[in-house]
Design a protein around this ligand. Structure first.
Ligand code: ATP
Ligand code: MN
Length: 477
């Protein structure tokens, strides 16, 4: 179908040329001015219908949400705020929209309400901006790795191992719920299941990515991951996308450098390629914060916040140093934490992570060398016998955005740790093989894509940065 996109028209020199546009009506004022949007830009095209020039039956059908086709002449706009407008001489209704039933009205709707009509929320500027930034970030991430010679490895969505340990898993099965086949001792007989064994949706592609790294040396996965954890927070989804690079011949410092470079690359990409969207989201945030008391508003606007991240190196400290800071903080002494920090070894809650980032350092922080008790079996053990070469990157307003480590490449130490943590070695024979045949130092991390999108768009709920959020008791659309 022959049409010109509104984005292109807005930068065209108007000379009464005839053009055809197609889009959805945002508003129709005074039976004369149509604000038309086709998704190519957040801006609407102002289209002017000459009074009495169009059949009244057609005029009635120009309602908010209707899809229409307009042909007219492009002229310099007399109104302010736009360079061009369209003087309409032909209108075709492509799809009606009953104004009395259409849930999106030309007014401000709450994000909560829009979540309930997530199938229509793409039609608002906020969500158009968010999902365009999301797209740009996905592209930027592939570009980042491609420029550096990484191989994009598609790790499986259905996995046969339940030993990854990153979280609760969703079972994949075609067995009937009633008359489930049982073994002699009464257990479910997975031999009769589709794959002839227990299978789950993946919680992480890391273990498989490590197999790739042990030959290609630099790989990454970028795909959906699933966690059946019942955490109803603004930062957790049951289905989320994760970026997981894995690099051979790399230690924890290389790993931190890579993660910091990736995050900065993504932020910079959005700032330079999504100018219209980021500007819109910045203003949206300023409006939203006006409802808060003065002292709770951010000192920086969204663009300043993103720029600040680019201009400063991330603070790198050990878990032990972080515990000291937290333990001695006024916040801890005045019992303002829900979970008080008293002993070394405690897992950090998001309130502690955010204190370090937002109050103490006031910039992104990388915490390293966590107690081995609170970390996964595959992390490289330090000589102190207590800590592992782990790293978490903490971001303002988000908390943990990246979790990673140098991997334990020494077979004996890895097996010993697996024994201690009751991880069945025979199930992971393929993983252990990498340590048997040509093992080498290597490292990697997982970056939660939605948490990155949250940070860069300035949105506050993770449900608003993925098109169709899946959370406990919610899998609509
Ligand atoms: P958290 O402590 O925040 O629950 P985690 O330690 O369980 O996260 P990892 O297993 O280290 O997370 O996963 C790597 C990254 O994936 C995290 O740093 C985070 O950015 C992201 N992530 C983890 N769980 C979720 C989730 N349920 N929803 C969205 N992103 C997640
Ligand atoms: Mn983590």
């Amino acid at each position: 179908m022959d049409r010109t996109k509104i984005k292109d028209l807005l930068t065209t020199t108007p000379a009464h040329q005839s053009v055809t546009v197609m889009g959805w009506v945002r508003t129709f004022r005074n039976t004369q001015f149509i604000a038309l949007n086709d998704g190519s830009t957040l801006q609407n095209l102002q289209c002017v219908v000459a009074l009495n020039s169009v059949d009244e039956q057609i005029i009635k059908r120009i309602t908010t949400g209707a899809a229409i086709k307009l042909t007219g002449n492009l002229i310099a706009s007399l109104g302010k705020g736009q360079a061009v407008e369209l003087v309409v001489n032909q209108i075709e209704i492509l799809g009606d929209s009953d104004a009395t039933a259409y849930p999106l009205q030309p007014k401000k709707h709450s994000l909560e309400f829009l979540r309930e009509i997530a199938h229509l929320r793409f039609r608002t500027n906020t969500f158009a901006a968010v999902f365009k930034v999301r797209h740009a970030l996905a592209f930027a991430i592939h570009q980042f790795f491609n420029e550096r010679g990484f191989v994009y490895l598609h790790t499986p969505v259905i996995t046969g191992s339940d030993a990854e340990g990153a979280g609760e898993m969703f079972r994949v099965s075609t067995l009937p719920f009633d008359n489930t086949p049982r073994t002699d001792d009464g257990k479910v007989n997975f031999k009769e299941d589709f794959f002839g064994k227990e299978t789950n949706l993946t919680v992480s592609g890391q273990l498989e990515a490590e197999l790739g790294a042990m030959a290609l040396s630099e790989v990454y996965t970028f795909g959906p991951t699933f966690r059946a954890e019942n955490s109803n927070t603004t930062r957790h989804l049951a289905e989320f996308w994760m970026i997981e690079p894995e690099v051979a011949f790399a230690d924890l410092n290389d790993n931190m450098d890579l993660a910091e470079a990736l995050l900065k690359y993504a932020i910079n990409y959005a700032l330079t390629h999504c100018v219209e969207e980021i500007e819109f989201l910045k203003n949206r945030l300023i409006e939203e914060e006006k409802q808060k008391p003065q002292d709770e508003r951010s000192e920086m606007d969204l663009i300043q916040k993103l720029q600040f991240c680019l201009d400063h190196s991330f603070e790198r400290i050990t878990y032990t140093e972080a515990i000291d800071i937290l333990r001695n903080s006024n916040h801890n002494k005045k019992k303002k934490f829900k979970y008080l920090i008293d002993a070394w070894g405690a897992d950090l809650q998001s309130e502690h992570e955010r204190y370090l980032v937002e109050k103490h350092f006031k910039k992104p922080v990388i915490l390293t060398d966590y107690p081995k008790q609170i970390k996964a079996f595959y992390m490289r053990q330090n000589d102190d016998g207590k800590t592992v070469r782990a790293m978490d990157i903490l971001f303002p307003g988000i908390g943990e955005i990246v979790g990673g480590s140098q991997r334990e490449e020494r077979l004996q130490l890895l097996q010993q740790r697996m024994d201690e943590m009751h991880i069945p070695a025979q199930e992971l024979y393929w993983y252990l093989d990498t340590r048997r045949f040509g093992t080498c130092p290597h490292a990697g991390f997982g970056l939660g894509f939605e948490r990155l999108v949250l940070f860069i768009t300035g949105m506050t709920n993770i449900r608003d940065v993925i098109p169709f959020p899946r959370t406990p008791h919610n899998a609509e659309f």
